[in-house]
Design a protein around this ligand. Structure first.
Ligand code: ADP
Length: 252
């Protein structure tokens, strides 16, 4: 499209990215990052070009979960994302020493995220990125609100464990997205089974009138793969975990 006038890009919309999909949770420790990474891998397995942005300023776990480290390179004023398991990846944990206790206030956190979002070379004019998965910080406080107001999200999935205490926070997360007009694409019940119970996620999704996207069992392979930088969806594409994520990926 040489010669055609180009409208300036809005500053907070990442260039050459078709769709920005958030993964959120009302609570920490429910498996949000695990779901974000494996969902990204499942979208990639569907033939899409996929990036993942770890915006979890409280506990960036993407570097560990994808086995990446080191500050990203800069080229022509852009951040060059790491590539791991076919995913373009960028994490707030790569911008600072990973073991530092990070106490971010809202404006600082959202500025860092905006920079990673807009300055990373996710795609190019010739090869736009199909989906950028954003792993949001858990919770429904000011930091999260500022972030989702400033981030151009095309939709969000909410991860919860089956217990009422987690589901109550998942409800708050849904309310937060409604307040900023981001559509909740559905709820995923993680760690489903005899330990934390099952069915609570589905019932909650029905109460909230949002799609129930599926249940994931408590499974040692997910934990081990997360710790080892080897997401099961990418490393065991024929396995049960990959099959479950494929079903979820087909619906978001
Ligand atoms: P969050 O992002 O919500 O804080 P994480 O994805 O970091 O949660 O998960 C917390 C811990 O639980 C990690 O050690 C992860 O490997 C583990 N985990 C998450 N989901 C599962 C699951 N379905 N089965 C087993 N372990 C899981």
């Amino acid at each position: 499209d040489q010669g055609r006038a180009k409208a300036p890009l809005p500053t907070d919309r990442p260039a050459h990215v078709r769709r920005v999909l958030a993964v959120a949770s009302g609570k920490g420790g429910v498996g949000k990052s695990t779901v974000a990474v494996n969902l990204a891998a499942a979208l990639s397995a569907r033939g899409l070009s996929v990036g993942i942005l770890d915006a979890d300023v409280y506990g960036p776990s993407l570097p560990t979960m994808l086995g990446i480290s080191g500050q990203p390179a800069y080229e022509d004023g852009a951040i060059v994302p790491h590539i791991a398991h076919g995913l373009k990846a960028m994490s707030v944990g790569l911008l600072t020493k990973m073991d530092d206790a990070m106490i971010w206030r809202g404006p600082m956190a959202s500025q860092a995220i905006t920079q990673m979002l807009t300055q990373t070379r996710w795609g190019t004019a010739d090869a736009p990125l199909d989906v950028l998965v954003v792993d949001l910080p858990p919770g429904t406080g000011d930091v999260q609100l500022t972030l989702i107001q400033k981030t151009p999200l095309d939709g969000a999935v909410i991860v919860s464990t089956p217990q009422e205490v987690a589901l109550a926070d998942a409800r708050r997360a849904h309310t937060l997205f409604q307040r900023v007009n981001v559509s909740t694409l559905g709820l995923i019940e993680n760690m489903s089974g005899p330990v934390f119970g099952e069915g609570g996620g589905k019932a909650e999704a029905e109460r909230l009138s949002i799609p129930f996207l599926g249940a994931l069992p408590l499974d040692a392979a997910l934990r081990e793969g997360g710790d080892a930088g080897r997401p099961p969806v990418a490393t065991d594409p024929q396995g049960d975990i990959a099959r479950r994520f494929a079903e979820i990926a087909a619906r978001v």
